[in-house]
Design a protein around this ligand. Structure first.
Ligand code: GDP
Ligand code: IMO
Ligand code: MG
Length: 424
């Protein structure tokens, strides 16, 4: 049965939430498989804005089963806040399940995220400071606390004592910070566990059974390809695998289940946090795109860096994710610019040109974008109802973009609302 993956193809915030919400209307099950509350996915329905961080975007449909897989890291305090906020708006969360294997973000993870960023000085990553990296570190160090532990008070108390002592030592002796009162943390987290216990269930089994029963499944990617720990701009990346392949290990399903992989990009590029950005516009045009597009982080509120569409990075994403099609959002934001540019290749310091994204930053260093230029458009496209209705210059831009990245563009976003999408 159809099992779609939606992944980000740039540096995040491509409008995945909107695309997932649209596709979720046809899905029985929506699954998150990696990342944590570093994500911020916006869904707009008839002027109602929902900002989701951990809960799958399918939650807005009352009959959709929403699953949080083993590969996710979950901050229970923040998660409960998200549950309460949805419930206060009349959205039911009874169809939500969390895998017992998912790791729990503990308060020391958040503290260590901040402390290590400060320690890096000018070379900080610009993380969301949600404790994501330190939680994944513990997972791979094999000393993490998991959802199963959270909802079993005896196990939780023992694990908090053993791992907490080590964390306190690091916080106080390496960073001169303040130790956590482990009894207080235990009491607080036991309460979170009580609240979350009804949500814990085996997501691998639930997904497998849904697939066998012929249900339609949607895998909701968080973060994006250029933030992947291996295939992104390391070390300026997140600590998980936001690629399509990450979905299988993060959920516990085999790759043969997947039938369709959709990449999401903006009609330009943004990045929040530090790290290289070859097509960045540090000028009036960049500022205009930021203001018109409302480019401020959904999670941290930080201004997003802006730049031209980079076909080199999206081509890289088409390859490493095995994309079947692309959704291009925010074409409307590019209105009223005289000239639009797409980066088609990079010129290396030795004068040679490459169309492939360099594997390491040392090779990206000194590369400059080679641009192709397009005439802009001035029309308000936000009310168009079909691709054919778009101004000729928009159609030319999208058609050339799809040629350059080597992937069919099946959807074009012309506004934030659920309805503002042109399907091709
Ligand atoms: P995500 O993290 O990929 O889900 O994206 P975010 O929600 O963080 O950021 C995307 C922003 O763009 C949100 O404010 C969306 O409401 C908005 N958005 C999505 N698609 C479009 C579009 O086609 N046009 C405009 N103007 N805004 C859009
Ligand atoms: P969505 O799902 C944009 C970025 C951070 C930072 C780097 C590492 O909304 O697209 P982390 O806190 O993960 O250790 O930070 O990754 N980052 C995102 N940028 N969108 C996101 O998620 C992001 N999640 C993490 O800004 O540069
Ligand atoms: Mg976002």
């Amino acid at each position: 049965m159809p099992a779609n993956i939606v992944v980000g193809t740039q540096w995040g915030d491509e409008g995945k939430g909107k695309i997932i919400d649209i596709i979720s209307s046809r899905a029985d099950v929506v699954v998150r498989s990696q990342g944590g509350n570093n994500a911020g996915h916006t869904v707009v329905n008839n002027g109602e804005v929902y900002k989701l961080h951990l809960i799958p975007s399918g939650i807005l449909y009352k009959d959709t089963l929403c699953l949080i897989g083993a590969g996710v890291v979950l901050d229970p305090k923040d998660f409960i806040g998200e549950l309460d906020s949805l419930e206060s708006r009349g959205i039911s969360t009874v169809n939500l399940k969390i895998d017992p294997r998912a790791h729990v973000v503990m308060p020391w993870h958040i503290t260590l995220d901040g402390l290590s960023e400060t320690f890096r000085g000018g070379k900080d990553i610009g993380t969301t400071k949600r404790g994501i990296g330190p939680t994944y570190m513990d997972k791979y160090e094999r000393c993490g606390i998991r959802m199963y532990d959270l909802v079993h008070p005896d196990v939780l108390a023992e694990k908090i004592q053993s791992t907490g002592k080590l964390k306190n030592k690091i916080i106080t002796e390496v960073y001169n910070g303040e130790a956590y009162d482990l009894d207080k943390v235990t009491a607080e987290y036991i309460e979170y566990g009580k609240r979350l216990a009804p949500y814990v269930d085996d997501v691998s089994v639930l997904t497998f059974d849904a697939e066998k029963a012929g249900k339609t499944i949607m895998f909701e990617g968080a973060q994006a390809t250029l933030l992947d720990i291996d295939f992104g701009t390391y070390p300026y990346v997140t600590s998980s695998h936001p690629l399509s392949a990450g979905v299988c290990v993060g959920t516990g399903v085999g790759p043969k289940v997947i039938t369709n992989i959709i990449g999401v990009a903006k009609a330009y590029t943004t990045r929040v946090g530090k790290g290289p950005f070859p097509t960045e516009l540090d000028d009036e045009i960049g500022k205009k795109i930021r203001e018109t597009g409302g480019e401020f982080g959904t999670t941290t509120g930080r201004p997003r860096r802006t730049g031209w569409f980079d076909a080199v990075i999206v081509r890289h994403s088409v390859r490493v994710n095995g994309l079947d099609s692309l959704a291009i959002n925010k074409l409307d934001t590019l209105a009223n610019l005289d000239t639009l540019k797409i980066c088609v290749a990079y010129k290396k310091p030795d004068g040679t040109v490459t169309e492939n994204f360099p594997p390491v930053l040392e090779e990206l260093d000194g590369c400059t974008p080679v641009y192709e230029e397009f005439e802009g458009f001035t029309e308000d496209i936000s009310k168009c109802t079909s691709f054919d209705e778009l101004p000729e210059n928009c159609k030319k831009y999208i058609t050339r973009l799809e040629e350059l990245v080597g992937c069919h563009v099946s959807m074009v976003g012309i506004g934030p609302d659920r309805s503002q999408i042109l399907e091709r």
